[in-house]
Ligand binder design. Structure first.
Ligand SMILES: CC(C)(COP(=O)(O)OP(=O)(O)OC[C@H]1O[C@@H](n2cnc3c(N)ncnc32)[C@H](O)[C@@H]1OP(=O)(O)O)[C@@H](O)C(=O)NCCC(=O)NCCS
Length: 400
């Protein structure tokens, strides 16, 4: 174990990241427990990194938005035991809604940075089929009676319509074109074999169809065109702009990664796929939560002394096309900028809430390897109840 000297901050590296294929709610994982999805992720991380002695894992932080039933019981601890990690390895649960896995990463990375931990596992899970959004919630009536938040803040699709209201230049046609491009990019990334290497296959049982070995994402709809998207219903507002086609869906899945102090990764012979440069979380008006990544990115850039021009790759969570387009407009990026979500995004792949942050990081790590000319990349996502979350990473493959 390294002895960190007081006051020194250690570099934190992203050693490896994996995820289960994502499913549609009531789809392939209809009868699979959420905690079992996390177990698959942790076991595969350990299998892929055999030089990491399990007892060297200092903590397991797993996020879930709905911490009930198979997503409750301090899921990081439960999943650690079920995965076969030594009982000496502790674990805990995290909730920052959609940014749960991001927060699991930034929290454990901070602990590594100050020398409290050497190695951690961080990730997230959401089984939106077993735990529909809003299950068991009991919002304080003061939120509405004292007008602390607009009632639309409680329904994410309505907040996306509000973002359309705020930015009239972001038309439905633009949102649909962005969504169709996301589907196309995912289809191409699959055809090029970019996504498969970091997927953990899951054996899932279904009452009607029996056992299935799930090796690919279920939500993508290759061949989606703007013409088909144009006619979809707008469930959140009559004559609105947000549809099932330009939103992420209702999905099941789990993600996880190994983080380590850079010097400990060297000691243990672990890979270094990315180095954490910094991060930012910011609150915004809950009824336009989709704009959150704008100030969180500005904060992360300011804190790290970087500018948007230093960023060569962007992994933006596509909760809704409109909120990604608001981000792109703000930073002067084109709708089809090739640096943004090169492998496509959540509109096609799905967005199992608290798990998605580590999917973004895992894809960024893979893109870094492909692009040694890029030095810095970021992940950003909007978060329910009005927040944004951004992480900035450095590419170890950068040629300098
Ligand atoms: C938008 C939403 C309500 C749609 O739910 P849904 O109606 O169950 O979605 P479906 O997958 O059944 O799609 C609805 C219809 O659109 C069609 N559709 C969806 N995507 C399509 C695509 N890419 N191309 C063509 N048709 C598509 C479906 O076939 C379906 O058609 P049907 O009604 O004729 O069967 C739901 O996905 C949602 O709430 N998304 C947002 C999730 C969220 O808030 N996440 C948190 C973000 S912070």
């Amino acid at each position: 174990m390294f002895k960190a000297s007081r006051g020194a901050v250690r570099d934190v590296v992203f050693v490896d990241g994996v995820r289960t294929p994502f499913g549609k709610a009531r789809g392939v994982y209809a009868e699979t427990r959420a905690d079992d999805l996390v177990v698959r992720v942790i076991r595969d991380l350990m299998r892929r990194n055999p030089s990491l002695p399990p007892e060297r894992v200092d903590d397991v932080a797993i996020a879930a938005t709905t911490q009930i039933g198979d997503q409750g019981l301090t899921i990081g601890r439960v999943a650690g035991i079920l995965s076969g990690l030594p009982e000496s390895v502790p674990g805990y649960a995290i909730d920052r809604m959609c940014a749960g896995a991001v927060t699991a990463v930034t929290t454990t990375a901070s602990a590594i940075g100050i020398g409290a931990y050497d190695v951690a596992i961080a990730g997230g899970v959401e089984h939106m089929g077993r735990h529909p959004m809003g299950e068991g919630v009991d919002p304080n009536p003061r939120f509405v009676s004292e007008k602390l938040v607009d009632p639309s803040a409680l329904v994410m699709g309505m907040t996306a319509e509000n973002v359309h209201d705020r930015y009239p230049d972001i038309t439905k046609a633009r949102a649909d074109a962005y969504a169709a491009a996301s589907q196309e990019k995912v289809a191409k990334a699959y055809a090029d074999g970019k996504i498969q290497p970091d997927l953990v296959p899951v054996a899932a049982r279904h009452a009607e169809t029996g056992w299935e070995y799930v090796t690919v994402d279920e939500p993508p709809r290759p061949g989606t065109t703007v013409e088909t998207l144009a006619h979809l219903k707008t469930p959140f507002r009559p004559h609105g702009k947000v549809t099932a086609g330009n939103s992420a869906g209702i999905n099941d899945g789990a993600t996880g990664c190994i983080l380590a102090a850079s010097e400990v990764a060297d000691e243990l012979g672990l890979s270094k796929k990315m180095s954490l440069v910094g991060f930012g979380f910011v609150g915004v008006a809950p009824e336009v939560m989709g704009v959150g990544p704008i100030p969180s990115t500005e904060k992360a850039l300011a804190r790290t002394g970087l500018t948007i021009d230093d960023i060569g790759l962007f992994e933006l969570n596509e909760a809704f096309a409109v909120q990604v387009l608001a981000f792109l407009d703000h930073f002067g990026l084109a709708d089809d900028d090739p640096r943004v979500n090169p492998y496509g995004g959540a509109i096609a792949l799905g967005h199992p809430l608290a798990s998605s942050g580590v999917r973004l990081m895992t894809q960024l790590a893979s893109e870094f390897e492909e692009h040694p000319e890029v030095r810095y990349g970021l992940t950003a996502m909007c978060v329910g109840f009005g927040m944004g979350a951004t992480t900035i990473w450095e590419n170890p493959h950068h040629a300098g």
